[in-house]
Design a protein around this ligand. Structure first.
Ligand code: DHB
Ligand code: FE
Length: 280
């Protein structure tokens, strides 16, 4: 039987991909950011997950204003890094898990979540930067990936409550997959950031840390945070954090924190990272 053994939250700031690709992860600026992921890289080497359900948002690389799926699932077995304007990142292609992807799609749709099914797409920094943060440079990524894509770019975006419920449904889907698989779920994006307009550069460490606190233990208070609070407190792009709630929802009633990291600045944003274990 497949089982979700851990949840990981992480920012996906594109500049961190550049730092990895240009060998700058140990310099004065990037050193403290990457140091906070060292624990996780070592932990991943012993955990050896088979598959990561990677919840992320596309940034107009695979989708644009013509097609805006609220929730989509990658059911292909191969994804290429997207060209985001500077050429594709020099990282390995991403291997999918088509059987698990289709199983989750079926389970979610019969569970009343009307997922868009994606067989072919390129994947941008939202997906490849978290892989780089968790696994460093690699000839081949050590996991297969089932991408879950969430629209957090164009309003209306899904509520935190709906994201949490989707996570619960993903956990049910994984539990009913017959193959013995060690599955992790990652929620990516955030933390507070605004990339444009009068409040560009907004960062709110108090709110972000309160959000990290809320991921731990038994509380489900985060599922009820309204969009307007993300906008007001965390800037226009802070809404990416609803994707962490899909991960949190999939971990069940109670979690334990294995590792936590928060650092400002990282490009124009605050970077946050958490590793959670589900408790019965
Ligand atoms: C930036 C872009 C992102 O998508 C994000 O989540 C954080 C930062 C950026 O361009 O700096
Ligand atoms: Fe983003």
């Amino acid at each position: 039987m497949a089982r979700i053994t851990a949840g990981v939250g992480s920012s996906h700031v594109p500049l961190l991909g550049v730092a990895v690709d240009q060998g700058k992860t140990g310099d004065d600026y990037f050193g403290p950011i990457f140091a906070g992921y060292e624990w996780t890289r070592q932990w991943q080497a012993t955990e050896k997950p088979d598959v990561v359900i990677l919840v992320y948002n596309d940034h107009a690389s695979a989708f644009d204003a013509r097609i805006i799926p609220t929730f989509a699932i990658g059911c292909g077995d191969h994804y290429r890094p997207a060209d985001e304007g500077w050429g594709p990142r020099p990282v390995p292609d991403v291997e999918g898990h088509a059987d698990l992807g289709w199983h989750i799609a079926q389970s979610l749709i019969l569970d009343d979540f009307d997922m868009t099914i994606i067989n072919e797409m390129d994947v941008d920094h939202g997906l490849t930067v978290p892989l780089s943060m968790m696994f460093g440079t690699a000839e081949r990524w050590p996991v297969k990936v089932v991408p879950i894509i969430v629209n957090v770019v164009t309003y209306p975006v899904p509520s935190g409550n709906r994201c949490w419920a989707l996570g619960e449904a993903i956990a049910r889907a994984v539990r009913s997959f017959p193959e013995d698989l060690n599955v992790q779920i990652w929620g990516t994006g955030g933390m507070s950031h605004q990339l444009q307009g009068a409040r560009a550069g907004l960062i709110n460490p108090a709110w972000d840390n309160n959000f990290l606190d809320g991921m731990i233990g038994e509380s489900d208070r985060l599922r009820h945070v309204p969009h307007i609070e993300y906008l007001r407190e965390t800037g226009s792009e802070g809404i990416e954090m609803v994707m962490w709630l899909i991960m949190r929802g999939a971990l069940g009633a109670r979690t334990r924190c294995l590792h936590r990291h928060y650092h400002v600045p990282c490009s124009n944003t605050a970077i946050g990272h958490i590793v959670l274990e589900p408790l019965e």
